[in-house]
Ligand binder design. Structure first.
Ligand code: ADP
Ligand code: ZN
Length: 599
């Protein structure tokens, strides 16, 4: 967990901020660097906050919005994100509005803004730079300009949005208004660029660590994909996202998993009818147990805090992409899982695609793939690999990943690897793994005898227990590029295969484990079969439906768990639980106290 900063000797504005934190949001303490950034904002200093997903960035402007005179203007890239925030802010009693093409209450919003009756106003960058909007700004009082997803201002980042470049002019026109930029993903180069592009001084930078301690990472070889995913779904009853590589795979998995598990599973990809895509997305956001199978087109702009697992049915594009995609799990801080199921073919294909990349970028892309292979194949702490990738210096072991929970033994598979490589070489570098396996273990079939591969010196040289190593060894060789694919899907020698054959390199791998040893059911955070908890959930569903919002906007699971375990019997006791501010206490207090009294 991010350590809470010491809160004893704090400045008066921060005392007031803590009071607002409790009253409006129902939270007892700031998390991580929240306190530093809020202190800067309240002091009128500019900031660029780099904080991982789920660290609580929106609080950095929502809280000051309730304290400062005037309106906090938030620039946000997506309508879906704005509306999501709008719902949550309003549920906490914050006077918030959006001005987007999807809104019909423009007149009311503009009037309220001019009259100083808005705490928060969200707009897209395109809107922000229009003359009409600038005129509107001149007629109101601004307390802060917050630029969300600030990496969009940089061409180095992956989501460059030209309109973000106009924001500098807008902010310079209001030079007395403090600026706050926020993002979850920015390497050093992007960070420097954001500072320049938004006119922020170097000392504006506040960086929180990249760690997401509540996410459990597990990476396994894919043996039977649908079965492995169905097992995961049985272990984790909450909402989940499964990333699949192609549209076809998305459709097929969604259908198979719905059938195998009986749970609601829906597909999402860019080829779906737009209406259906939008329906599936909003149904997922509102759901407490739906699973969505999607291509990577899904995710940006989805702020669902209670996603309990993110699974990858194949390798992601890079470690950055993996971090970002798995980061969609557990934003509410409750335990969540990230599970990657990879196959040797994923790497073979990715390496084959390298040749299509412009030459200047090939080297970089190869380094990225190697880093990903090291993560996937590594026997050490997964979190440590991820954090080191982002230049942090993490502890050796995190205690919350597959390799820390059940450290795999490392064996030297160099001998077996040499046998595989030489079988590939001697059969002419054109056969797939199935055939190589037959040759090495001495299995006769038509093809083996036709090609006279039973006459080769490598025929039948692998016996007994070593046979079980062939598949993991081939996988490791492919992940590391010692084996590559031919045009027709056969295996060929690649990379440093020759060094391995000559005895100048070795191949340590994780000892393959029998399936049952790895299986470990993590405790789910929610009490299972507690009638009070279930009754509270039912009440939450009912109130959410009435209000037309997702259940998490009413209360997070963590708040319901506290209700179930502490059984508050008065409004005052209820108000002390986390996540219950004044507005929610008013709106829902009586209804939930009744449920507690009756169960
Ligand atoms: P981000 O935008 O950084 O991904 P959010 O602003 O969506 O994160 O916050 C993630 C979750 O953490 C939200 O559910 C929010 O209510 C919760 N949260 C934020 N700050 C705190 C805090 N100080 N204490 C407890 N929960 C918090
Ligand atoms: Zn670990």
């Amino acid at each position: 967990m991010l350590a809470d900063p010491p809160q004893d000797d704090i400045a008066p504005p921060l005392l007031e901020a803590k009071e607002a934190l409790r009253r409006v949001f129902g939270f007892e303490n700031f998390r991580g660097v929240q306190q530093d950034v809020i202190a800067r904002v309240l002091a009128g200093q500019p900031s660029l906050a780099i904080m991982p997903t789920g660290a609580g960035k929106s609080l950095l402007y929502q809280l000051p919005a309730t304290m400062l005179d005037g309106t906090v203007l938030v620039i946000s890239p997506l309508i879906a994100l704005m509306h999501d925030q709008l719902r949550s802010a309003r549920a906490n009693g914050i006077r918030a509005a959006t001005l987007t093409s999807a809104d019909s209450d423009w007149r009311e919003t503009q009037d309220a803004f001019r009259a100083g009756e808005l705490d928060l106003l969200y707009v897209a960058p395109e809107r922000a730079s229009q003359p009409h909007f600038r005129e509107l700004l001149a007629q109101a009082k601004l307390a802060l300009i917050a630029v969300d997803e600030a990496h969009c201002v940089s061409e180095w980042g992956h989501d460059f949005r030209p309109d973000y470049r106009q924001l500098r002019g807008l902010m310079d026109a209001h030079s007395d208004v403090p600026r706050l930029a926020l993002t979850a993903t920015a390497d050093a180069r992007t960070r420097a660029d954001i500072l320049t592009q938004l006119g922020l001084p170097d000392e504006a930078l506040v960086i929180a660590g990249f760690d997401r301690p509540n996410i459990h990472y597990a990476i396994r070889a894919r043996d039977s994909l649908a079965r492995q995913l169905a097992t995961l779904m049985a272990e984790v009853p909450g909402p989940g996202i499964i990333y699949a590589p192609t549209r076809k795979k998305v459709e097929q998995l969604a259908a198979d998993l719905a059938k195998a598990t009986g749970r609601e599973v829906r597909p999402y990809h860019a080829g779906l009818d737009p209406q259906m895509r939008a329906d599936n997305q909003s149904a997922f956001v509102a759901s407490e147990d739906m699973v969505i199978v999607a291509t990577i087109a899904f995710g940006m702009g989805i702020d669902k805090p209670d996603v309990r697992f993110v699974a990858h049915a194949g390798i992601p594009k890079s470690i950055e992409a993996y971090y970002q995609e798995t980061g969609r799990a557990g934003r509410d801080g409750d335990p969540a899982k990230a599970v990657m199921l990879w196959g040797a073919g994923d790497f073979v294909q990715a390496r084959a695609r390298l040749s299509e990349v412009p030459e200047a970028r090939q080297r970089d892309e190869q380094v990225r793939l190697d880093a990903l292979a090291a993560l996937v194949e590594g026997v050490g702490c997964r979190r440590a690999v991820l954090l080191r990738y982002f230049d942090e210096v993490p502890p050796q072991s995190c205690g919350n990943c597959d390799n820390c929970n059940a450290p795999p033994a490392v064996i030297d598979a160099t001998e077996t690897a040499r046998k595989v490589l030489s079988a590939v070489y001697r059969t002419g570098q054109s056969f797939g793994f199935g055939h190589i396996q037959k040759v090495l273990t001495g299995v006769q079939d038509d093809r083996v005898s036709q090609r006279r591969h039973d006459q080769l010196s490598v025929f039948g040289i692998v016996e007994g227990e070593e046979a079980a190593l062939l598949k993991p060894v081939a996988r490791a060789l492919q992940a590391r590029g010692f084996l590559t694919a031919t045009e027709h899907g056969g295996l060929a020698l690649g990379g440093e295969a020759r060094e391995l054959l000559k005895g100048e390199a070795s191949l340590p791998i994780a000892q393959p484990v029998k399936r049952s040893r790895r299986k470990r059911v993590d405790p789910t955070p929610n009490p299972v079969g507690d009638p009070l908890f279930e009754a509270l959930r039912a009440k939450r569903r009912e109130l959410a439906e009435e209000a037309g919002v997702p259940p998490y906007v009413v209360f997070h699971d963590a708040t319901l768990r506290e209700m179930a375990s502490q059984r508050p019997s008065s409004r005052e006791e209820l108000g002390h639980l986390q996540g219950i501010g004044a507005k929610k206490l008013d709106a829902y207090g009586t209804a939930f106290l009744k449920v507690i009294a009756e169960n």
